[in-house]
Design a protein around this ligand. Structure first.
Ligand SMILES: Cc1cc2nc3c(=O)[nH]c(=O)nc-3n(C[C@H](O)[C@H](O)[C@H](O)COP(=O)(O)OP(=O)(O)OC[C@H]3O[C@@H](n4cnc5c(N)ncnc54)[C@H](O)[C@@H]3O)c2cc1C
Ligand code: SF4
Ligand code: SF4
Ligand code: SF4
Length: 376
């Protein structure tokens, strides 16, 4: 089976085409190289930076094609944003149903090595023969012995804001992002840890290593794929919306996490200010995109091509959760650009084609909940 066909089976709708092209080029490059009778064989391993949907899809395609893929992920687990969001447009399937089999294949595939808590420090060489230096942060837990049983997490007395839940919940100083994470290993956040020793005393595997240290090592690879993904735009410069000042003004990623069954509010969308159900929700599209104001930092002049789709998806998921008589949804937009997807307008949502004035935004954010459909 050609790699292009297999890639299609795995790939999420928005995985950059560049990754598909990169996998195809690597296959081509290696088959050409093998035809030449060079004295020293070139490495055929591939380093993939970032283990979101794009990196995972590339790793599986390459590994099935006989290459060894090194999946380099800076956080404790693989999956990226795709596992943190809940429903996936346009069919609204559950992200875990799509992603869990893939992360599980990755975890078990003999041709894939996961380098979690790792980043690339240095690259030497040239196409076809690179030396990649990996910096791996200390986990303080023995990766060869930990079974992911979670006893240490239950016993740890320290709680800190959980970044994985966009700071909307608390996690322990020793933690996993979610119970099915790959690799299924606990990690200690040494900035939060008070060194009380409780986790070591309850661990049945004796795998807590308080003296663990960061490591550096080299990988010899023929190709490198950059699949480092995206970061959500933080709209703090848009003073009219009051993001960061008013708790009920949230970004789409923060709101999407609230819809998730393993999220901070058990899939119940509530006002962060008081934990109560909202009476009115307003979506504001294009925040951080298609803007030309000089006082706003970091925005993009261009259309992002995807935020209309995930904004609409969140309005639809909200309507599935709260019926019409329960909560009003107002959706504002400049143009509806649901690129490459077959979207119909969601029923039970009032749509307004305009941008908001400061006073309109001010009124809404004070009373109810305002969701900023941000770009990335
Ligand atoms: C609110 C919201 C809702 C969405 N809803 C949908 C939807 O319904 N349907 C849909 O198809 N898409 C949706 N998307 C888009 C989808 O989430 C993305 O297309 C997809 O997750 C992109 O995957 P990725 O692998 O390119 O990037 P990411 O998921 O960002 O993964 C990148 C990975 O690389 C790691 N990384 C970054 N830098 C480094 C580094 N230097 N070294 C090592 N690792 C690194 C990160 O930790 C991360 O794990 C939504 C996005 C948002 C924000
Ligand atoms: S560190 Fe020990 S207690 Fe914690 S999850 Fe791993 S095996 Fe279980
Ligand atoms: S030593 Fe640190 S991680 Fe372990 S239980 Fe105590 S505070 Fe938690
Ligand atoms: S996709 Fe929609 S919300 Fe995003 S920038 Fe384009 S028009 Fe605005």
């Amino acid at each position: 089976m050609g790699i292009g066909l297999r890639q299609k089976d795995y790939i999420a709708p928005l995985v950059p085409a560049v990754v598909v092209a990169a996998v195809w080029r690597i296959q081509n490059m290696v088959s050409k190289a093998s035809k030449k009778s060079s004295a020293k064989p070139k490495p055929t391993d591939v380093a993939i930076i970032g283990a979101g949907m794009a990196g995972i899809s590339a790793a599986l395609a390459l590994a099935d094609g006989g290459h060894h893929a090194h999946l380099i992920e800076r956080t404790v687990s693989i999956g990226g944003a795709y596992v943190a969001i809940y429903k996936i447009f346009p069919a609204l399937e559950c992200s875990a149903c799509v992603m869990t089999p893939l992360t599980s294949f990755v975890g078990k595939h003999l041709n894939i090595t996961i380098h979690s808590l790792s980043e690339v420090k240095k690259v030497k060489g040239k196409a076809g023969n690179f030396t990649v230096t990996i910096h791996k942060k200390a986990r303080y837990v023995d990766e060869n012995k930990c079974t992911g049983c979670g006893l240490c997490i239950a016993a740890c007395p320290v709680e800190v804001p959980n970044h994985y839940d966009m700071g909307l919940s608390l996690r322990k100083a020793i933690y996993m992002n979610f119970p099915q994470q790959i690799p299924l290993l606990a990690a200690i956040d040494r900035d939060a840890c008070i060194g009380c020793g409780t986790c070591a005393s309850v661990c049945p595997q004796d795998c807590i290593m308080y003296d663990d240290e960061d490591k550096e090592y080299d990988l010899n690879v023929g190709s490198i794929i950059n699949a480092a993904g995206f970061q959500e735009y933080q709209p703090t410069d848009y003073a009219e919306y009051g993001y960061g000042v008013f708790p009920n003004v949230v970004t789409t990623l923060e709101y999407d996490r609230q819809t998730h069954p393993t999220g901070p509010t058990d899939a119940h969308m509530v006002r962060p200010s008081d934990g109560r159900e909202p009476e009115t929700i307003m979506f504001v599209n294009c925040v951080g995109s298609r803007d030309v104001r000089e006082n706003i930092q970091g925005y993009s002049h261009h259309c992002n091509r995807v935020c209309c789709s995930f904004g609409l998806k969140l309005a639809q998921v909200t309507r599935m959760h709260y019926p019409k008589e329960h909560c009003k949804i107002i959706y504002t937009y400049m143009d509806m650009r649901t690129c490459g997807k077959c979207w119909k307008s969601s029923s039970g949502t009032r749509s307004i084609t305009k941008t908001l004035t400061s006073s309109e935004a001010g009124l809404l954010r004070l009373m109810k909940i305002l969701i900023l459909v941000t770009s990335w």
